[in-house]
Design a protein around this ligand. Structure first.
Ligand SMILES: C[S@@+](CC[C@H](N)C(=O)[O-])C[C@H]1O[C@@H](n2cnc3c(N)ncnc32)[C@H](O)[C@@H]1O
Length: 430
Protein backbone atom coordinates (compact mmCIF):
# COMPACT_ATOMS: atom_id res chain seq x y z
CA UNK A 1 0.00 0.00 0.00
CA UNK A 2 1.27 3.48 -0.77
CA UNK A 3 1.33 6.60 1.37
CA UNK A 4 -1.25 8.05 -1.04
CA UNK A 5 -4.13 6.32 0.75
CA UNK A 6 -3.16 8.03 3.99
CA UNK A 7 -2.92 11.38 2.20
CA UNK A 8 -6.37 10.73 0.71
CA UNK A 9 -7.80 9.88 4.14
CA UNK A 10 -6.39 13.10 5.61
CA UNK A 11 -7.83 14.97 2.67
CA UNK A 12 -11.30 13.47 3.25
CA UNK A 13 -11.29 14.05 7.00
CA UNK A 14 -9.57 17.41 7.43
CA UNK A 15 -9.48 18.82 3.90
CA UNK A 16 -5.67 18.80 3.89
CA UNK A 17 -3.88 19.40 0.60
CA UNK A 18 -0.66 17.50 1.34
CA UNK A 19 1.21 19.61 -1.22
CA UNK A 20 0.71 22.66 0.99
CA UNK A 21 3.00 21.26 3.69
CA UNK A 22 4.87 18.77 1.52
CA UNK A 23 3.95 15.07 1.37
CA UNK A 24 7.30 14.33 3.05
CA UNK A 25 6.12 16.18 6.18
CA UNK A 26 3.10 13.88 6.33
CA UNK A 27 5.30 10.84 5.72
CA UNK A 28 7.54 11.86 8.64
CA UNK A 29 4.48 12.29 10.89
CA UNK A 30 3.20 8.86 9.83
CA UNK A 31 6.58 7.24 10.57
CA UNK A 32 6.64 8.91 14.00
CA UNK A 33 3.15 7.66 14.85
CA UNK A 34 3.97 4.17 13.56
CA UNK A 35 6.97 4.07 15.88
CA UNK A 36 4.86 5.30 18.82
CA UNK A 37 2.28 2.55 18.38
CA UNK A 38 4.80 -0.11 17.36
CA UNK A 39 3.32 -0.61 13.90
CA UNK A 40 5.67 -1.66 11.08
CA UNK A 41 3.35 -2.05 8.08
CA UNK A 42 1.72 0.89 6.29
CA UNK A 43 -1.46 -1.11 5.55
CA UNK A 44 -1.96 -2.02 9.21
CA UNK A 45 -1.37 1.59 10.22
CA UNK A 46 -3.84 2.81 7.58
CA UNK A 47 -6.53 0.42 8.89
CA UNK A 48 -5.80 1.56 12.42
CA UNK A 49 -6.35 5.28 11.67
CA UNK A 50 -9.24 4.62 9.32
CA UNK A 51 -11.08 2.67 12.00
CA UNK A 52 -10.41 4.88 15.00
CA UNK A 53 -11.14 8.59 15.31
CA UNK A 54 -8.80 8.78 18.29
CA UNK A 55 -5.91 7.31 16.28
CA UNK A 56 -6.58 9.59 13.34
CA UNK A 57 -6.70 12.57 15.70
CA UNK A 58 -3.25 11.66 17.01
CA UNK A 59 -1.88 11.69 13.48
CA UNK A 60 -3.68 14.97 12.74
CA UNK A 61 -1.95 16.49 15.80
CA UNK A 62 1.39 15.68 14.18
CA UNK A 63 0.42 17.07 10.80
CA UNK A 64 -1.31 20.39 11.51
CA UNK A 65 0.66 23.62 11.52
CA UNK A 66 -0.15 25.45 14.75
CA UNK A 67 2.21 28.40 14.22
CA UNK A 68 0.62 31.56 15.69
CA UNK A 69 1.43 34.55 17.90
CA UNK A 70 -0.22 37.55 19.53
CA UNK A 71 -1.36 40.34 17.22
CA UNK A 72 -0.09 38.45 14.20
CA UNK A 73 0.19 40.91 11.27
CA UNK A 74 -1.10 43.76 13.53
CA UNK A 75 -3.21 45.52 10.91
CA UNK A 76 -6.24 43.16 11.00
CA UNK A 77 -6.62 43.99 14.71
CA UNK A 78 -6.54 47.72 14.02
CA UNK A 79 -9.17 47.13 11.36
CA UNK A 80 -11.23 45.13 13.86
CA UNK A 81 -11.04 47.95 16.42
CA UNK A 82 -12.27 50.48 13.85
CA UNK A 83 -14.98 48.19 12.60
CA UNK A 84 -16.16 47.43 16.14
CA UNK A 85 -16.24 51.12 17.09
CA UNK A 86 -18.19 52.00 13.92
CA UNK A 87 -20.69 49.16 13.98
CA UNK A 88 -21.02 48.22 17.67
CA UNK A 89 -24.76 47.59 17.98
CA UNK A 90 -25.14 48.55 21.71
CA UNK A 91 -28.48 46.72 21.94
CA UNK A 92 -27.03 43.25 21.50
CA UNK A 93 -23.77 41.35 21.99
CA UNK A 94 -21.06 41.91 19.36
CA UNK A 95 -19.95 38.41 18.33
CA UNK A 96 -16.62 37.32 16.92
CA UNK A 97 -15.42 33.89 15.74
CA UNK A 98 -11.77 32.86 15.53
CA UNK A 99 -11.61 29.76 13.34
CA UNK A 100 -9.14 28.17 13.61
CA UNK A 101 -7.74 29.63 16.80
CA UNK A 102 -4.74 27.33 17.36
CA UNK A 103 -3.35 27.84 20.90
CA UNK A 104 -5.41 30.95 21.62
CA UNK A 105 -3.13 33.84 20.68
CA UNK A 106 -5.55 35.08 17.99
CA UNK A 107 -8.81 35.10 20.01
CA UNK A 108 -7.06 36.61 23.06
CA UNK A 109 -5.63 39.31 20.77
CA UNK A 110 -9.18 39.94 19.53
CA UNK A 111 -10.37 40.28 23.14
CA UNK A 112 -7.59 42.74 24.00
CA UNK A 113 -8.22 44.74 20.81
CA UNK A 114 -11.95 45.04 21.58
CA UNK A 115 -11.25 46.14 25.15
CA UNK A 116 -8.81 48.72 23.78
CA UNK A 117 -11.48 49.86 21.30
CA UNK A 118 -13.65 50.70 24.32
CA UNK A 119 -16.23 47.93 24.09
CA UNK A 120 -17.46 46.95 27.57
CA UNK A 121 -16.55 43.34 28.36
CA UNK A 122 -20.20 42.31 28.82
CA UNK A 123 -21.08 43.59 25.33
CA UNK A 124 -18.98 41.21 23.26
CA UNK A 125 -18.27 37.48 23.07
CA UNK A 126 -15.61 35.51 21.22
CA UNK A 127 -15.94 31.90 20.09
CA UNK A 128 -12.78 30.06 19.15
CA UNK A 129 -12.49 26.68 17.45
CA UNK A 130 -9.68 24.37 16.42
CA UNK A 131 -9.18 20.71 15.58
CA UNK A 132 -6.06 20.33 17.69
CA UNK A 133 -6.72 19.28 21.29
CA UNK A 134 -3.11 19.98 22.14
CA UNK A 135 -3.47 23.57 20.93
CA UNK A 136 -6.80 24.01 22.72
CA UNK A 137 -5.35 22.73 26.01
CA UNK A 138 -2.63 25.35 25.75
CA UNK A 139 -5.25 28.00 24.96
CA UNK A 140 -7.33 27.05 28.01
CA UNK A 141 -4.22 27.17 30.18
CA UNK A 142 -3.41 30.63 28.84
CA UNK A 143 0.31 30.53 29.65
CA UNK A 144 2.68 31.67 26.90
CA UNK A 145 6.41 31.96 26.33
CA UNK A 146 8.50 34.43 24.31
CA UNK A 147 7.69 32.71 21.03
CA UNK A 148 4.10 33.94 21.24
CA UNK A 149 5.21 37.56 21.65
CA UNK A 150 6.93 38.44 18.38
CA UNK A 151 5.97 42.08 18.12
CA UNK A 152 8.41 44.74 19.17
CA UNK A 153 5.75 46.65 21.08
CA UNK A 154 4.73 44.68 24.12
CA UNK A 155 2.67 47.19 26.13
CA UNK A 156 -0.27 44.82 25.84
CA UNK A 157 1.71 42.11 27.64
CA UNK A 158 2.28 44.34 30.67
CA UNK A 159 -1.38 45.25 30.75
CA UNK A 160 -3.13 41.94 30.11
CA UNK A 161 -0.70 39.27 31.40
CA UNK A 162 0.94 38.38 34.68
CA UNK A 163 4.38 36.77 34.93
CA UNK A 164 4.40 33.07 35.62
CA UNK A 165 7.86 31.49 35.86
CA UNK A 166 9.49 32.04 32.50
CA UNK A 167 6.13 32.64 30.88
CA UNK A 168 3.18 35.01 30.95
CA UNK A 169 -0.35 34.14 31.95
CA UNK A 170 -3.31 35.88 30.34
CA UNK A 171 -5.35 37.63 33.02
CA UNK A 172 -8.69 36.11 34.01
CA UNK A 173 -10.86 38.99 32.81
CA UNK A 174 -9.46 38.50 29.25
CA UNK A 175 -9.65 34.75 29.47
CA UNK A 176 -13.33 34.82 30.40
CA UNK A 177 -14.14 36.62 27.14
CA UNK A 178 -13.20 33.64 24.95
CA UNK A 179 -15.05 30.29 24.68
CA UNK A 180 -12.90 27.55 23.18
CA UNK A 181 -14.32 24.46 21.56
CA UNK A 182 -12.96 21.58 19.49
CA UNK A 183 -14.22 21.36 15.92
CA UNK A 184 -13.33 20.19 12.44
CA UNK A 185 -13.86 23.09 10.05
CA UNK A 186 -13.52 20.83 7.03
CA UNK A 187 -16.15 18.32 8.13
CA UNK A 188 -18.89 18.97 10.65
CA UNK A 189 -18.15 22.09 12.68
CA UNK A 190 -20.55 24.26 10.72
CA UNK A 191 -23.50 21.90 11.27
CA UNK A 192 -23.50 22.70 14.96
CA UNK A 193 -22.13 26.23 14.91
CA UNK A 194 -24.36 29.12 15.82
CA UNK A 195 -24.03 32.36 13.93
CA UNK A 196 -24.48 35.02 13.03
CA UNK A 197 -21.16 36.68 13.76
CA UNK A 198 -20.24 40.32 13.35
CA UNK A 199 -16.66 39.35 12.57
CA UNK A 200 -15.00 36.09 11.59
CA UNK A 201 -11.24 35.66 11.63
CA UNK A 202 -10.27 32.73 9.41
CA UNK A 203 -6.57 33.21 8.86
CA UNK A 204 -3.70 30.97 7.83
CA UNK A 205 -5.91 27.93 7.43
CA UNK A 206 -7.36 27.93 3.91
CA UNK A 207 -3.82 27.76 2.50
CA UNK A 208 -3.60 24.18 3.80
CA UNK A 209 -6.85 22.99 2.20
CA UNK A 210 -7.57 21.58 -1.21
CA UNK A 211 -9.85 23.49 -3.54
CA UNK A 212 -13.10 21.72 -2.62
CA UNK A 213 -12.54 22.12 1.12
CA UNK A 214 -11.57 25.76 0.61
CA UNK A 215 -14.80 26.42 -1.30
CA UNK A 216 -16.88 24.61 1.28
CA UNK A 217 -15.40 26.57 4.17
CA UNK A 218 -15.75 29.87 2.27
CA UNK A 219 -19.45 29.07 1.69
CA UNK A 220 -20.11 28.12 5.31
CA UNK A 221 -18.36 31.21 6.61
CA UNK A 222 -20.64 33.28 4.41
CA UNK A 223 -23.64 31.66 6.10
CA UNK A 224 -22.25 32.36 9.56
CA UNK A 225 -21.56 36.02 8.93
CA UNK A 226 -24.08 38.79 9.45
CA UNK A 227 -24.93 40.47 6.12
CA UNK A 228 -23.07 43.55 7.34
CA UNK A 229 -20.29 41.50 8.97
CA UNK A 230 -16.59 41.32 8.28
CA UNK A 231 -14.48 38.32 7.26
CA UNK A 232 -10.73 38.55 7.85
CA UNK A 233 -8.41 36.07 6.10
CA UNK A 234 -4.63 35.70 5.80
CA UNK A 235 -2.60 37.53 3.17
CA UNK A 236 -2.04 34.39 1.11
CA UNK A 237 -5.75 33.52 1.19
CA UNK A 238 -7.29 36.78 0.09
CA UNK A 239 -7.14 36.19 -3.66
CA UNK A 240 -9.06 32.91 -3.27
CA UNK A 241 -11.97 34.73 -1.62
CA UNK A 242 -12.70 36.64 -4.82
CA UNK A 243 -14.00 33.40 -6.31
CA UNK A 244 -16.78 33.42 -3.69
CA UNK A 245 -19.61 35.78 -2.72
CA UNK A 246 -17.43 38.38 -1.02
CA UNK A 247 -16.56 41.98 -1.66
CA UNK A 248 -13.12 43.22 -0.61
CA UNK A 249 -13.02 45.91 2.04
CA UNK A 250 -10.37 48.54 1.70
CA UNK A 251 -7.97 48.61 4.61
CA UNK A 252 -4.21 48.43 4.03
CA UNK A 253 -2.54 45.17 5.04
CA UNK A 254 -5.78 43.71 6.36
CA UNK A 255 -7.29 41.20 4.00
CA UNK A 256 -10.96 41.63 4.76
CA UNK A 257 -14.25 41.04 3.00
CA UNK A 258 -17.93 41.76 3.36
CA UNK A 259 -20.44 39.11 2.34
CA UNK A 260 -22.17 39.98 -0.89
CA UNK A 261 -25.59 38.61 -1.76
CA UNK A 262 -25.54 35.44 -3.79
CA UNK A 263 -23.39 36.04 -6.83
CA UNK A 264 -19.91 37.45 -6.66
CA UNK A 265 -20.19 41.20 -6.63
CA UNK A 266 -17.42 43.73 -6.59
CA UNK A 267 -18.45 47.12 -5.34
CA UNK A 268 -16.25 50.14 -5.02
CA UNK A 269 -16.68 53.49 -3.48
CA UNK A 270 -14.05 55.60 -5.20
CA UNK A 271 -13.73 56.54 -8.87
CA UNK A 272 -11.35 54.89 -11.31
CA UNK A 273 -7.64 55.03 -10.78
CA UNK A 274 -5.02 55.20 -13.52
CA UNK A 275 -4.02 52.07 -15.42
CA UNK A 276 -1.91 49.61 -13.42
CA UNK A 277 1.82 50.25 -13.74
CA UNK A 278 3.45 48.45 -16.66
CA UNK A 279 5.75 45.52 -16.04
CA UNK A 280 9.13 47.07 -15.27
CA UNK A 281 11.50 44.68 -16.89
CA UNK A 282 14.81 46.53 -16.65
CA UNK A 283 17.54 45.86 -19.18
CA UNK A 284 19.52 43.48 -16.98
CA UNK A 285 16.36 41.57 -16.31
CA UNK A 286 15.49 41.44 -19.99
CA UNK A 287 18.96 40.23 -20.87
CA UNK A 288 18.70 37.49 -18.26
CA UNK A 289 15.28 36.49 -19.49
CA UNK A 290 16.44 36.43 -23.09
CA UNK A 291 19.49 34.36 -22.22
CA UNK A 292 17.24 31.96 -20.28
CA UNK A 293 14.90 31.81 -23.25
CA UNK A 294 17.77 31.07 -25.58
CA UNK A 295 18.94 28.46 -23.13
CA UNK A 296 15.44 27.02 -22.94
CA UNK A 297 15.13 26.97 -26.74
CA UNK A 298 18.49 25.24 -27.08
CA UNK A 299 17.53 22.80 -24.37
CA UNK A 300 14.25 22.05 -26.17
CA UNK A 301 16.06 21.49 -29.46
CA UNK A 302 18.62 19.29 -27.74
CA UNK A 303 15.83 17.38 -26.07
CA UNK A 304 14.97 15.74 -29.38
CA UNK A 305 18.55 14.63 -29.85
CA UNK A 306 19.92 13.93 -26.40
CA UNK A 307 17.09 13.63 -23.91
CA UNK A 308 19.24 12.41 -21.06
CA UNK A 309 21.77 15.23 -21.30
CA UNK A 310 18.98 17.80 -21.15
CA UNK A 311 17.34 16.17 -18.13
CA UNK A 312 20.69 16.32 -16.37
CA UNK A 313 20.92 20.07 -17.08
CA UNK A 314 17.37 20.91 -16.04
CA UNK A 315 17.10 18.97 -12.82
CA UNK A 316 19.35 21.15 -10.64
CA UNK A 317 17.50 24.40 -11.51
CA UNK A 318 14.11 22.84 -10.88
CA UNK A 319 15.30 21.26 -7.66
CA UNK A 320 16.97 24.41 -6.33
CA UNK A 321 13.89 26.44 -7.24
CA UNK A 322 11.50 24.02 -5.56
CA UNK A 323 13.58 24.08 -2.39
CA UNK A 324 13.88 27.87 -2.57
CA UNK A 325 10.12 28.25 -2.94
CA UNK A 326 9.46 25.92 0.00
CA UNK A 327 11.88 27.97 2.09
CA UNK A 328 10.17 31.27 1.10
CA UNK A 329 6.75 29.84 1.96
CA UNK A 330 8.03 28.54 5.30
CA UNK A 331 9.43 31.95 6.24
CA UNK A 332 6.22 33.69 5.16
CA UNK A 333 4.16 31.25 7.25
CA UNK A 334 6.25 32.15 10.28
CA UNK A 335 5.45 35.81 9.68
CA UNK A 336 9.06 36.56 8.68
CA UNK A 337 7.91 38.46 5.62
CA UNK A 338 11.10 40.48 5.05
CA UNK A 339 13.20 37.29 5.22
CA UNK A 340 10.72 35.50 2.95
CA UNK A 341 10.98 38.32 0.42
CA UNK A 342 14.79 38.29 0.55
CA UNK A 343 14.76 34.51 -0.04
CA UNK A 344 12.34 35.01 -2.93
CA UNK A 345 14.58 37.64 -4.51
CA UNK A 346 17.58 35.35 -4.16
CA UNK A 347 15.63 32.58 -5.84
CA UNK A 348 14.58 34.86 -8.68
CA UNK A 349 18.17 35.99 -9.25
CA UNK A 350 19.01 32.39 -10.06
CA UNK A 351 15.77 31.58 -11.82
CA UNK A 352 14.21 34.64 -13.43
CA UNK A 353 11.59 32.56 -15.22
CA UNK A 354 10.14 31.16 -12.03
CA UNK A 355 6.50 32.13 -12.26
CA UNK A 356 5.70 30.89 -8.75
CA UNK A 357 8.61 32.91 -7.38
CA UNK A 358 7.21 36.13 -8.88
CA UNK A 359 3.72 35.24 -7.65
CA UNK A 360 4.95 34.56 -4.12
CA UNK A 361 7.04 37.77 -4.11
CA UNK A 362 3.85 39.63 -5.12
CA UNK A 363 1.81 38.08 -2.33
CA UNK A 364 4.50 38.89 0.25
CA UNK A 365 4.93 42.46 -1.01
CA UNK A 366 1.16 42.92 -0.84
CA UNK A 367 1.17 41.67 2.76
CA UNK A 368 3.93 44.17 3.51
CA UNK A 369 1.75 46.97 2.12
CA UNK A 370 4.05 47.52 -0.90
CA UNK A 371 1.19 47.54 -3.36
CA UNK A 372 3.01 48.97 -6.39
CA UNK A 373 5.93 46.57 -6.08
CA UNK A 374 3.44 43.75 -5.49
CA UNK A 375 1.66 44.65 -8.70
CA UNK A 376 4.90 44.61 -10.64
CA UNK A 377 5.87 41.19 -9.27
CA UNK A 378 2.41 39.77 -9.98
CA UNK A 379 2.42 41.26 -13.47
CA UNK A 380 5.66 39.38 -14.11
CA UNK A 381 3.99 36.16 -12.99
CA UNK A 382 1.11 36.86 -15.38
CA UNK A 383 3.55 37.80 -18.14
CA UNK A 384 5.19 34.39 -17.77
CA UNK A 385 1.88 32.58 -17.36
CA UNK A 386 -1.10 34.58 -18.66
CA UNK A 387 -3.47 32.04 -17.09
CA UNK A 388 -2.04 32.22 -13.57
CA UNK A 389 -5.37 32.36 -11.73
CA UNK A 390 -3.98 33.19 -8.27
CA UNK A 391 -1.77 36.02 -9.55
CA UNK A 392 -4.69 37.45 -11.59
CA UNK A 393 -6.99 37.28 -8.55
CA UNK A 394 -4.36 38.94 -6.34
CA UNK A 395 -4.01 41.71 -8.94
CA UNK A 396 -7.81 42.14 -8.90
CA UNK A 397 -7.65 42.53 -5.13
CA UNK A 398 -4.92 45.17 -5.31
CA UNK A 399 -6.83 47.11 -7.97
CA UNK A 400 -9.98 46.81 -5.85
CA UNK A 401 -8.16 48.18 -2.82
CA UNK A 402 -6.94 51.06 -4.95
CA UNK A 403 -10.57 51.81 -5.88
CA UNK A 404 -9.98 50.97 -9.54
CA UNK A 405 -13.22 49.26 -10.44
CA UNK A 406 -12.44 48.75 -14.12
CA UNK A 407 -8.95 47.35 -13.53
CA UNK A 408 -10.21 45.06 -10.78
CA UNK A 409 -13.07 43.78 -12.89
CA UNK A 410 -10.70 43.12 -15.82
CA UNK A 411 -8.34 41.04 -13.69
CA UNK A 412 -11.23 39.31 -11.93
CA UNK A 413 -12.74 38.27 -15.30
CA UNK A 414 -9.36 36.96 -16.43
CA UNK A 415 -8.96 35.08 -13.14
CA UNK A 416 -12.42 33.52 -13.58
CA UNK A 417 -11.58 32.48 -17.13
CA UNK A 418 -8.28 31.00 -15.95
CA UNK A 419 -10.17 29.04 -13.28
CA UNK A 420 -12.73 27.68 -15.79
CA UNK A 421 -9.89 26.77 -18.10
CA UNK A 422 -8.08 24.94 -15.30
CA UNK A 423 -11.25 23.11 -14.29
CA UNK A 424 -11.79 22.22 -17.94
CA UNK A 425 -8.28 20.77 -18.04
CA UNK A 426 -8.98 18.68 -14.96
CA UNK A 427 -12.20 17.36 -16.54
CA UNK A 428 -10.36 16.44 -19.73
CA UNK A 429 -7.62 14.72 -17.72
CA UNK A 430 -10.28 12.63 -15.97
C1 LIG B 1 -1.43 28.27 11.33
S1 LIG B 1 -2.67 28.00 12.52
C2 LIG B 1 -3.60 29.47 12.37
C3 LIG B 1 -3.97 30.06 13.69
C4 LIG B 1 -4.47 31.50 13.64
N1 LIG B 1 -5.69 31.62 12.88
C5 LIG B 1 -3.41 32.43 13.10
O1 LIG B 1 -3.55 32.91 11.96
O2 LIG B 1 -2.42 32.68 13.78
C6 LIG B 1 -3.63 26.76 11.69
C7 LIG B 1 -4.57 26.00 12.64
O3 LIG B 1 -5.53 25.30 11.85
C8 LIG B 1 -5.93 24.18 12.60
N2 LIG B 1 -6.62 23.25 11.70
C9 LIG B 1 -6.11 22.56 10.65
N3 LIG B 1 -7.07 21.83 10.05
C10 LIG B 1 -8.22 22.07 10.73
C11 LIG B 1 -9.56 21.65 10.58
N4 LIG B 1 -9.92 20.80 9.60
N5 LIG B 1 -10.49 22.11 11.44
C12 LIG B 1 -10.16 22.98 12.43
N6 LIG B 1 -8.90 23.42 12.62
C13 LIG B 1 -7.95 22.98 11.78
C14 LIG B 1 -4.62 23.66 13.17
O4 LIG B 1 -4.82 22.84 14.28
C15 LIG B 1 -3.89 24.97 13.51
O5 LIG B 1 -4.06 25.29 14.84
Amino acid sequence: MSMQRILDLLNQRIGLDAESIGPETVATAVRRRMEDVGETGLTAFFLRIEGSDAELTRLVEEVVVCETWFFRDSEPFIHLMRFARDTWPKDRVFRVLSAPCSSGEEPYSIAMALLEAGLPAQDFAIDAVDISERALNKAELGVYTKNSFRREQLDFRDKYFSSQGKGFKVRDHVKSLVSFQPGNLALDFFESSAGPYDVVFCRNFLIYLDKDAKNRVAKELHRLLRPDGLLVVGHAEAAAMLAGPYTPVRHPRSFSFRPSNGATVMEFTTPNQPEPPPVDWDMTLLRQVRSRMTWARKATQAAFQEPRAVEAQEAPIAEVSAQGLAQCRGLADQGRLADALAACEELLEQDMMNTEGHHLAGVILHALGEEEAAERALSRAVYLDPHHQEALAQLALIRANAGDEVGARRYKDRADRALSRREGDVEVAR
